[in-house]
Design a protein. Structure first.
Length: 195
């Protein structure tokens, strides 16, 4: 096998290609790292021109006090007063009786709400039967019972949350039901929660 003379053009071309890529990267980096020029809004320009106007309004005028821009000097616009951020609208009070089931149908439940008072009943039809009491505040329910707790979010048409009894916990949903008695009546809730 006979080797021919080595060409010097191969390494030279590689060196030039690397140099070209390096220059391109440097150019892009310089453009991206350059500080942006501040943008000036028309309102800011008018304030700047009003501030840089001569102190004597007749120094440069048409003889009647008007400047060559043909606009009388106006007071700089006042900045809008800073106001406190608007508070989120309060969640309207929810009342009524809600009935539903856990996500896997392990338990049924009923939730009754009147004002900020909430009562809930949870049952599995076999061994679990638990009552919870608590409060409603800004769309959130916080209830506790002898052997567990219930936390949920409430809207006008549904209650979505988690109920825990003993060592077990289940996500649930309950929908607004038409009820004949008071929403927090235990007999009504027991009937709806046992369905």
């Amino acid at each position: 096998m006979k080797l021919g003379p080595r060409k010097a053009g191969g390494p030279l071309l590689t060196l030039l290609a690397v140099l070209a890529v390096g220059v391109a990267v440097l150019a892009v980096n310089t453009v991206l790292a350059a500080p942006a020029e501040p943008t000036v809004t028309p309102a800011a320009q008018s304030v700047q021109s009003a501030q840089s106007a001569p102190a004597d309004p007749y120094a440069v005028s048409d003889g009647y006090g008007a400047t060559p821009e043909a606009a009388p000097q106006a007071a700089a616009p006042e900045a809008a007063p800073e106001s406190a951020p608007e508070a989120a609208p309060a969640v309207p009070a929810v009342s009524g009786t809600f009935a539903g089931r856990s996500a896997g149908n392990e338990v049924t439940l009923a939730v009754g709400m009147e004002g900020d008072r909430v009562v809930a009943y949870v049952c599995d039809g076999k061994t679990i039967e638990s009552w919870f009491e608590g409060t409603y505040n800004d769309g959130e329910l916080q209830l506790s019972g002898v052997d567990g707790d219930l936390t949920a979010d409430a809207t006008e048409g549904a209650v979505l949350g988690t109920v825990s009894v003993g060592e077990k916990s289940w996500p649930f949903s309950a929908q607004l039901e038409e009820s004949t008695g008071p929403a927090t009546d235990r007999a009504t809730l027991s009937e709806l929660g046992s369905a």
